[in-house]
Design a protein around this ligand. Structure first.
Ligand SMILES: O=C(O)CCC(=O)C(=O)O
Length: 221
């Protein structure tokens, strides 16, 4: 299928780069196994409750720093109060390789040190509304890795949640990086294409997305 219809690498907007099929099957399996372990604790994966009273349809677990609306903390104050799992060095390295791949700038990649990962699990019904990633105090790029079912990923603009936007598909193994002029674009996931993933990744159903970010926070923050 992918040989018949190769998906080209694309700069969707300045600083927003899509690299299809970047993760190998082995890397996807290892990431699924790591995410499954993190989902079990010390802070269990949960549907995030919003201050509005709404509950997000995706389920989220974090590594390094815990995200809760709309800040980061070392402890999961809205879940069980536990300290989140440490951010592993191998994930820093993966983030650096992702940045080098997307931007071709080895020096920038070497200086990239993500310290948090938001891991979102989407079942067939889950969606993510248009939002900006702006709770970080750093404007370093966000690295996004997708595994499992393909989704429609909406890349918008920095001014509004609405048009203009571009819809692309993120499939298993895809890398998407948004930084520079696109660091604060509104983006979201309006749809997951159920049953498009390969169970060989270790994910029988659903979609996993991992975003690596630099919080810019210190422990005293
Ligand atoms: O699931 C995705 O591809 C996007 C995730 C996202 O936008 C986020 O975690 O802020």
């Amino acid at each position: 299928m992918s040989a018949l219809f190769p998906r080209p690498r694309m700069e969707v907007a300045p600083g927003a780069v899509h690299v299809p099929g970047w993760l190998t099957p082995g890397q996807q399996r290892r990431l699924v196994a790591a995410c499954r372990a993190w989902a079990g604790g010390p802070v269990p994966i949960r549907h995030t409750r919003l201050p509005s009273g709404g509950v997000m349809s995706v389920r989220t677990v974090c590594v390094g720093w815990h995200w809760l609306p709309y800040r980061y903390s070392r402890t999961a104050d809205d879940v069980n109060g536990a300290r989140v799992a440490e951010f592993p060095e191998w994930l820093v390295e993966l983030g650096r390789r992702a940045l080098a791949e997307a931007y071709g700038d080895e020096a920038a990649a070497a200086g990239y040190t993500p310290d948090t990962a938001l891991i979102n699990f989407y079942d067939g019904q889950a969606t993510l509304g248009m939002h900006q990633d702006k709770d970080e105090k750093s404007s370093a790029p966000v690295v996004s890795l997708s595994i499992g079912d393909t989704c429609v990923f909406r890349v918008g603009n920095t001014a509004t949640r609405t048009r203009p936007y571009t819809d692309i598909e993120l499939a298993s193994g895809d890398l998407f990086v948004f930084g520079g002029p696109s660091r604060y674009v509104y983006h979201g996931v309006p749809r997951v294409l159920v049953g498009t993933g390969d169970p060989a990744t270790g994910l029988r159903t659903g979609r996993l997305n991992i975003t690596l970010r630099v919080t810019g926070l210190q422990d005293s923050s």
